[in-house]
Design a protein around this ligand. Structure first.
Ligand code: AMP
Length: 296
């Protein structure tokens, strides 16, 4: 199933593919024409963070595919799979404006035609941080990304630093399974108040959006402390917790300072570390992180 529409701004004819065969045919034709193919995997409800990935792809690739698929296997019981926003028409408009060549928006049965017995699991990296509270989440993510890579066959796939554990895990899957593509990780796009932009921010009230700015402020506190030479993670985490406590309704799930590559907690803040935070504001779970080079 294939449809096409020309963007009034760019003149690009964007194709909408809903089946494996149609997206494969589009990519095959692009590759036959010598084009470098970039894939931006998303769950839709597109925002400027997603657009930044499309822009990065446009700089390096000649044919950009955006996939839009709310992947059921990465949601746990009681999570927001049903209520996750699915504004396909608005998403297509955003993709058209960004100069995307093809959108792959399959129905669930296209990706999961029957009971799924084959899963991709990346060990170790998926255990800490979000892995603790979302068992099975990363298995769902790596499996769907492996499927998307197999279906689309991109030369490069683009991911956001916002979901740092996801990016590290996918890079590792690609390396460990010798998948023939490159993974590019792009910086987190933020609101002016520092809040990392996320499709889930739609669930927040205006007050909660203001309160959520404390997440980035706590990360900035960590950056300041490491720049001032503090190396004890407990001391830093304590100060970060004090920042987050300024919002009484905010429930902290974790604040972790981990090695940027292994994601293991560090005993001393030195070298490249990632500071990652997960909180709950009402029923909405929000995550954020920054990379700090604390020197030696
Ligand atoms: P999602 O649709 O939430 O699964 O996200 C699709 C991709 O967009 C993932 O690689 C995310 O890390 C990335 N992404 C989401 N939010 C942002 C953001 N604020 N800045 C940069 N990338 C983002």
């Amino acid at each position: 199933m294939l449809s096409a529409a020309r963007c009034p701004l760019t003149g690009v004819i964007m194709k909408l593919a809903k089946t494996l065969e149609s997206v494969r045919a589009l990519v095959k034709a692009a590759k036959a024409a010598g084009k470098k193919v970039g894939l931006v995997p998303t769950m839709g409800a597109l925002h400027v963070g997603h657009v930044s990935l499309m822009a990065a792809a446009a700089k390096e690739c000649d044919f950009i595919v955006v996939s839009i698929f709310v992947n059921p296997t990465q949601f746990g019981p009681g999570e927001d799979f049903e209520k996750y926003p699915r504004p396909l028409e608005a998403d297509l408009k955003i993709c058209r404006k960004a100069g995307v060549d093809a959108v792959f928006a399959p129905a669930p049965h296209v990706i999961y035609p029957g009971e799924n017995l084959t899963w991709v699991t990346v060990e170790k990296l998926t255990e800490p941080l979000c892995g603790r509270s979302r068992p099975g989440h990363f298995r769902g993510v790596t499996t769907v990304c492996a499927k998307l890579f197999n279906i689309v066959g991109p030369d490069v796939a683009y991911f956001g630093q916002k979901d740092a554990q996801q990016a590290v895990t996918i890079k590792r899957m690609v390396r460990d399974l010798n998948m023939p593509l490159e993974i590019v990780v792009c910086p987190t796009v933020r609101e002016p108040n520092g809040l990392a932009i996320s499709s889930r921010n739609q669930y927040l009230s205006e007050q909660q959006k203001k309160d959520a700015a404390k997440i980035f402020q706590s990360l900035e506190k960590c950056r300041e402390m490491t720049a001032a030479g503090v190396t004890d993670p407990r001391q830093i985490i304590g100060e970060m917790r004090n920042v987050l406590k300024q919002v009484p309704s905010m429930e902290v799930e974790y604040i972790s300072i981990v090695d940027a590559e292994t994601l293991e907690s560090v005993e001393k803040v030195a070298g490249r570390v990632r500071i990652a935070v997960a909180v709950r504001l009402g029923s909405t779970r929000l995550i954020d992180n920054i990379l700090v080079d604390a020197g030696r």
